[in-house]
Design a protein around this ligand. Structure first.
Ligand code: ATP
Ligand code: MG
Ligand code: MG
Ligand code: MG
Length: 435
């Protein structure tokens, strides 16, 4: 992409209403614009990152055996009355009336809808297990939307729902999502810790939140020092026994959110327990027959008797993840993207757009990189070098490739890792490093 033709409205000044660094940088880097409290427009650069994160989430869900669908954002109130949650959910639910005065709502989560759709298509025990998911916008009328995409009112969520015949199978489904979540966050360069958690309005008695430690996080969390280092996630998720052992092994190291603290366990671990603030990037729930029973859903068991399927649900805050990644990875000049989620891999900077030799050299490099399938943002604008460097640093692209008059004369370019030092290399060497 040529920057001269792109839409990248960067800001020099930090907007006064943005208090956390991820919010400030997303506005400054031209990724998002607020259109109403907690509601954002996604501009081209922000959308690219959102799509990258979405793709990683999708790959790991598919790999864990979940099946993608897409449900509507607007649902009828009827559905929620069937489970008894319509009244219980409270003011976070955006309630709407259509022209016929029918009660509708913008989905804040989708247990009822998935249960209904599942029940509609599953008749017998042979149809289970199933795990169905979507990546879809949600709306919650948060009391205090703030911190940009970290707590929006409209936000993108991956939500999955599993259906099993008995507790052991349901627990296996839960464990599959558990490790899929850890893999998902690890691939984005995030260290997320699974913590015992309260179930809130989703319900049930078993739950973990996945927390990224950050001073700006809204959750108070307590965890064993062992969680400070990264975990090896190699395990055969199809082997229910091995997977259960693996997950139990991880959970043997204490980690709990404020609501689920266990004083005895903390006392036993002594000064190995650390306290911090954290950002909830995902949560998994097991709630058994809470919805299937309330909604009268059964399938025919192997013995001909009706069985009520047991369920879990599993959420990831796809748009919130962008904020969490920036909170974890930035410096004084801007964002420092982990390569897996970077909007572009290379910022190609022509220092002298007014110089024919420089322009020809930079155009040629751009063509070569594009042909090699490298995602490159080419700063071909007629601007000062300082402005171009500042933009490249701000938007956090992992590599900068710099074309200037001296290098062109000598047949070299400068290659720089975001935040690192510049290095003179031949064009071939640069291409070899970037492709
Ligand atoms: P929180 O405690 O932050 O309010 P939650 O526990 O209410 O989140 P869940 O119902 O567990 O949220 O939803 C699944 C995921 O959706 C959360 O783990 C989080 O990553 C994301 N999420 C929830 N609310 C928001 C929001 N207002 N803005 C952005 N992401 C959100
Ligand atoms: Mg909430
Ligand atoms: Mg929560
Ligand atoms: Mg939660």
């Amino acid at each position: 992409m040529r920057l001269s033709r792109y839409f990248l409205p960067v800001l020099k000044e930090t907007p006064g209403d943005a208090v956390v660094v991820s919010h400030q940088l997303m506005l400054r880097a031209g990724m998002i614009r607020q259109t109403a409290a907690g509601i954002y427009a996604w501009l081209p650069l922000g959308l690219r990152v959102l799509k990258k994160i979405e793709a990683i989430v999708r790959e790991e869900q598919d790999r864990a055996g979940a099946i993608e669908v897409l449900m509507p954002t607007i649902q009828s109130a009827e559905l929620w009355k069937n489970s008894g949650r319509y009244d219980a959910y409270g003011p976070e639910m955006l309630r709407i009336k259509d022209r016929h005065d029918r009660e509708m709502l913008f989905s804040p989560t989708a247990e009822e809808l998935f249960t209904t759709i599942f029940a509609n298509g599953a008749r017998s025990y042979r149809d289970l297990p199933k795990n169905i998911y979507q990546i879809q916008w949600k709306f919650r009328d948060e009391v205090r939307p703030r911190f940009g995409v970290l707590r929006g009112r409209e936000f993108l969520m991956k939500d999955a729902y599993s259906f099993d015949l008995d507790f052991d199978a349901a627990r296996h489904s839960y464990n599959r999502m558990f490790v899929a979540y850890l893999r998902t966050f690890q691939r984005m360069g995030l260290h997320a810790i699974p913590m015992r958690a309260d179930t809130g309005p989703i319900g049930g008695d078993l739950s973990h939140e996945f927390i990224v430690l950050a001073p700006t996080g809204e959750s108070d969390v307590f965890y064993h020092r062992n969680w400070e280092s990264a975990r090896d996630l190699t395990v055969d998720a199809d082997d229910a026994h091995a997977l259960a052992g693996f997950v139990d092994g991880l959970n043997a190291d204490y980690a709990a959110t404020d609501e689920k603290r266990d004083e005895a366990a903390e006392a036993a671990a002594g000064d190995a327990i650390l306290q911090s603030k954290g950002i909830e990037v995902g949560q998994v729930f097991y709630f058994g027959d809470k919805y299937t029973k309330a909604m009268g859903v059964t399938v025919q068991g192997a013995d001909g008797q009706a069985v009520t399927p047991l369920m879990g649900s599993y959420g990831i805050g796809v748009s919130r993840l962008i904020g969490a990644i920036i909170e974890a990875s930035h410096d004084k000049d801007g964002i420092v993207w982990p390569e897996a989620v970077a909007p572009y891999k290379v910022a190609l900077i022509n220092l002298r757009a007014d110089d024919t030799a420089c322009r020809e050299a930079a155009d040629a490099l751009y063509g070569q990189l594009e042909a090699a399938g490298v995602e490159v943002l080419y700063d071909d604008r007629d601007e000062r070098g300082g402005t171009k460097f500042a933009t490249a640093d701000l938007i956090g692209v992992p590599w900068q490739l710099i074309v200037g008059p001296k290098g062109v004369a000598a047949g070299t370019v400068e290659l720089k890792r975001r935040g690192g030092d510049r290095e003179d290399v031949s064009v071939d060497a640069a291409m070899a490093r970037l492709t």
